[in-house]
Design a protein around this ligand. Structure first.
Ligand SMILES: [Zn+2]
Ligand SMILES: [Zn+2]
Ligand SMILES: [Zn+2]
Ligand SMILES: [Zn+2]
Ligand SMILES: [Zn+2]
Length: 201
């Protein structure tokens, strides 16, 4: 095998090759969306996040200092599980803490602590009180918040923005300035202004 190829237990029939895409893909390991570097079988259109292709047996996360998360290729147990980071269903690869029952998608466990929309930095928080500027809901999921506190975005809503606005990332920036995984579309263009007035009748 070449240096940029791996064999993976979830796709034993072919080797996977390290690839880079500026269009979002769906990870066949954790079933979540990804962008940028990933491992791919082009015969089968099979894609894995880099973190899903090369998982750690166990990880720790700064938000859950007492937890030890172990990698599972299927969610353990028979009850439906959801990710403590993005609050979406867990249907594939997962990091699971046995003592607390917490779950993290591998891509959520490895979320960057800082995102950049080209002008504003957004920082990852475990809890944010203010409503999300994309969906308007509060919810318990992790959120990104700008240092000015004007923008709050659920991690799942950031992922939706990537899918909806990836072309802006692709065409809107000079290539190779920053890692694509740490970028989000410009907040100015994609979000309502925080204090928008209601339209009267
Ligand atoms: Zn994945
Ligand atoms: Zn294949
Ligand atoms: Zn735990
Ligand atoms: Zn998640
Ligand atoms: Zn949201």
């Amino acid at each position: 095998m070449k240096y940029n190829e791996i064999s993976h237990f979830s796709h034993p029939q072919h080797t996977l090759t390290l690839d880079y895409t500026e269009t979002p893909f769906k990870c066949d390991g954790c079933k979540e969306v990804g962008i940028g570097s990933h491992y791919r079988c082009s015969f089968c259109d099979f894609d894995l996040h880099t973190h899903c292709a090369i998982p750690s047996l166990s990880i720790h996360h700064p938000f859950y200092t007492k937890c030890s998360f172990q990698f599972f290729s299927r969610p353990p147990g028979n009850t439906p599980r959801y990710c403590n980071a993005c609050e979406k269903d867990v249907t594939g690869f997962v990091y699971h803490c046995k003592s607390c029952g917490f779950d993290l998608h591998p891509c959520c466990a490895k979320l960057p602590m800082v995102l950049d929309d080209g002008e504003t930095n957004l920082y990852l928080y475990r809890k944010v009180r203010a409503p999300c500027h994309k969906c308007g809901r509060k919810g318990r999921s992790w959120s990104y918040r700008s240092s000015c506190k004007e923008y709050n975005l659920h991690v799942a809503c950031v992922r939706e923005m990537l899918v909806e606005n990836w072309h802006e990332l692709y065409f809107g920036y000079g290539k190779g300035i920053k890692k694509l995984e740490n970028r989000i579309p410009s907040l100015k263009n994609t979000l309502q202004t925080p204090h928008k007035r209601r339209k009267g009748k």
